[in-house]
Design a protein around this ligand. Structure first.
Ligand SMILES: [Zn+2]
Ligand SMILES: [Zn+2]
Length: 386
């Protein structure tokens, strides 16, 4: 079967320029895309044909060769003297998987609102993702909050509408690379591809650069953004604000903004995941005799806790559901309090008198810790003698 003429396949006149070819290709590729043609058995073959045609014609060197020699330009073995240059054989080029990903990128670019240039070149002009470190107090991580932040970023230039051209004129195809964004150079035996020095890979240039932005289509600015911080965030939680990053170069898609949360250390509470820990001092008398104490909770309230008689320093008690909420409403942690028995200081003479009396009555009394310790000491000394 005779190969169809590439211009005929794309439905354009001979001598069509890069823009016309691109538009025709996109139209055909969408029309014939496998996703939309499950009931058309010929679509796949036609889709391949369209890709093959555009692949040849979008490249200025290959297009020139095709214009001169027709399909003969691409026939013959690998490498060696083909007018097409450093590319693989054409049969392999048109293989379905690669054709599919090519178009997918292209359509994707369309959906993203990108302007000018196909496939990879649009990506090159996408704005950068930005990172913003935001420190919040633990209380805010508990309740969730709304924060106003100032982000230094690049935004689309208002005076040229992001095009980079004075008065908003459309940019034109770069003459150096004919819109490819890349140039080829001979280096010894090899042909190497480089990013086009004239347009930095964008494939388009601006004739009359905008005064405001110097042709970049974007300017530096402090943006004020409102960030919704969900309850339960932790240090290291990232919040993505799609499309709030840097504006693209000359109208390219905008990058994303990532907020990195850092929850500040709290004076009272230490956090481990959804659990909170709090060290609470108790007096010797409360620890010995037992009693109620009041402890603070992260919601700003207080809880009464019963201290059992004879509590030692380091004793832990658990307050259920008084911890932090988990992200996305997956339950609530607990709060653990740890008792720290305080030795009384600055005693009055009356208090000293009472404590001495207490000591006299209760020498080594029935404190399990100390009697245990002294038993070990005695056996240690006995062992040394023997
Ligand atoms: Zn501008
Ligand atoms: Zn260029």
């Amino acid at each position: 079967m005779a190969k169809r003429d590439f211009y005929e396949v794309l439905g354009v006149a001979r001598g069509a320029d890069a823009d016309e070819l691109k538009k025709a290709y996109r139209r055909k590729a969408k029309e014939l895309h496998p996703d939309r043609n499950s009931d058309n058995p010929d679509a796949e073959a036609q889709f391949k044909e369209v890709n093959e045609a555009y692949d040849a014609l979008k490249d200025p060197e290959r297009k020139a060769a095709y214009d001169r020699f027709g399909h003969a330009a691409f026939e013959g073995g690998m490498g060696g003297g083909r007018p097409g240059g450093a590319r693989g054989g054409f049969g392999q080029q048109g293989d379905f998987a690669s054709a599919f990903s090519d178009v997918f990128d292209d359509l994707f670019g369309d959906f993203m609102g990108g302007r000018g240039g196909a496939g990879g070149r649009q990506r090159a002009a996408r704005g950068s993702d930005l990172r913003y470190n935001l420190q919040i107090p633990l209380e805010d991580a508990f309740t969730g909050s709304q924060k106003q932040i100032q982000v230094p970023t690049a935004v689309a230039c208002g005076s040229c509408g992001g095009t980079g051209a004075e008065g908003g004129a459309e940019p034109v195809t770069c003459p150096t690379c004919s819109g490819m964004g890349k140039v080829r150079a001979q280096q010894g035996f090899f042909t190497v591809e480089r990013v086009c020095p004239t347009c930095s890979g964008v494939g388009q240039i601006v004739k009359n650069p905008c005064n405001e932005c110097g042709g970049a289509g974007r300017i530096e600015k402090n943006r004020s953004l409102s960030v919704n911080i969900p309850a339960g965030v932790e240090t290291g939680t990232r919040i993505r604000l799609a499309g709030e990053g840097e504006a693209g170069l000359r109208g390219g898609p905008t990058g994303d903004l990532y907020i990195f949360i850092d929850v500040a250390e709290h004076d009272l509470f230490q956090r481990d995941g959804a659990h909170l820990y709090c060290s609470v001092p108790v007096s010797v008398t409360t620890a010995a005799l037992g009693g109620d104490i009041e402890v603070p909770t992260i919601d700003g309230g207080r809880s009464r806790v019963k201290v059992p008689a004879g509590s030692q320093s380091g004793r832990q008690m658990r307050l259920r559901s008084k911890g932090m909420p988990a992200l996305r409403g997956a339950g609530t942690g607990d709060m653990f309090i740890e008792l720290s028995v305080e030795t009384p200081v600055s005693l009055t003479s009356r208090q000293k008198e009472l404590l001495r009396e207490f000591e006299k009555i209760g020498e080594e009394a029935n404190n399990p810790n100390s009697s245990n310790f002294f038993r070990k000491v005695r056996s240690f000394w006995d062992g040394m003698k023997g």
